[in-house]
Design a protein. Structure first.
Length: 265
C-alpha cells in the first residue's frame, strides 16, 4: 500500500475512532484525564525516564506515547459510558492503568471499555505508517521514528489482546467466552498459563512467571470467570459481535506490529 493511500486510510481511521468515542474525547467536568497531583506527576516522570534509559530515546518515548494513547482509549470509553470521573496514570515498567470510581453497568459496556484501549491505537498506527511513507522524500529523518512508533503501537496492543489475565485480552476472555460456556474462561486461562509457563522455562524470562502467577491467582479466586461482574450476561448474538470486534482489532494490530513482534521473537 503506497504512503498516500495509507495516509488516507489513517485519516479515515482517526475520524471513525473519533465518531465511535464521540462524547468521551473531552470530559464534561473539570477533571483532568491524567492525575496531576505531585505523586502522579512524579510516577509519570519516572516512567518516562526508565523507558528512555532501558530502550533508548526513540523506542522509549514511542512506548510511552503508545501507553498514553492506549489508556486514553479506556478513559474515553469510560466517559462515553457516563463515567466522568475516569482517569489514568502511568506506572513505571508496567505501562499504565485507567480507573473509575464505579464498575460498568452492563457486560457490553465492560467489553467496550476494555476493547477501546487497544482499538484506539489502530488509527494512529495506520496514520504513522502513512506519514512515514510520505516523509521519505520530504523529511527522511522522521521516517525511522514514525516507523518505530507505528510498529510498537501494533505490537504492544496486540500482545495486550492475548487471552492472558490480567491483560485486556484476559478480561475480554472472561466477559465474552463465559456467555457461551461457564467454564470456557477457565479452560482458556489454564491453557494460556501452561503455554506461558513453558515459554518462561525455555526462555528463562522471569517476568513471564509473574503473568502465570497472576493468571493462576485469578483462576483460584473466580474459577476463571469474570468474578468482578455484578451484571447479567449479554446475549450470544452480542457476544459474537464483541468477539468479532476483538479478533478484527487483534488482527489489524498484529499486521501493524509485525516488525517489532519479529524483533523480540
Amino acid at each position: 500500500m503506497s504512503g498516500s493511500v495509507t495516509l488516507l486510510a489513517g485519516i479515515i481511521a482517526c475520524l471513525a475512532t473519533a465518531y465511535a468515542l464521540r462524547g468521551g474525547l473531552v470530559s464534561r467536568t473539570k477533571m483532568t484525564v491524567l492525575g496531576m497531583d505531585p505523586q502522579g506527576i512524579g510516577i509519570s516522570i519516572l516512567a518516562v525516564i526508565l523507558a528512555v534509559f532501558l530502550f533508548g530515546p526513540v523506542f522509549g518515548l514511542s512506548l510511552i506515547l503508545v501507553v498514553v494513547i492506549h489508556e486514553f482509549g479506556h478513559v474515553a470509553a469510560f466517559r462515553v459510558a457516563g463515567h466522568d470521573d475516569a482517569r489514568f496514570r502511568l506506572v513505571p515498567l508496567l505501562g499504565g492503568y485507567a480507573i473509575s470510581n464505579r464498575e460498568p453497568d452492563t457486560q457490553e459496556e465492560s467489553v467496550f471499555i476494555t476493547l477501546m484501549g487497544p482499538a484506539i491505537c489502530i488509527a494512529p498506527m495506520v496514520l504513522a505508517y502513512g506519514l512515514a511513507g510520505m516523509s521519505i522524500n520530504v523529511m527522511p529523518a522522521a521516517y525511522g521514528p514514525l516507523m518505530t512508533f507505528a510498529s510498537i503501537c501494533g505490537a504492544l496492543n496486540f500482545f495486550n489482546l492475548l487471552p492472558i489475565w490480567p491483560l485486556d485480552g484476559g478480561r475480554l476472555t472472561a466477559s465474552i467466552t463465559s456467555v457461551f460456556h461457564d467454564r470456557a474462561p477457565f479452560y482458556i486461562f489454564a491453557t494460556s498459563a501452561a503455554l506461558i509457563g513453558l515459554i518462561a522455562l525455555l526462555s528463562q524470562r522471569i517476568f513471564l512467571i509473574f503473568i502465570v502467577l497472576m493468571t493462576v491467582q485469578h483462576m483460584m479466586q473466580t474459577g476463571g470467570g469474570d468474578g468482578r461482574a455484578p451484571y447479567r450476561r449479554m446475549s450470544k448474538q452480542r457476544a459474537l459481535l464483541c468477539l468479532g470486534a476483538w479478533l478484527f482489532t487483534a488482527a489489524a494490530l498484529f499486521v501493524g506490529g509485525l516488525p517489532t513482534i519479529l524483533r523480540f521473537i
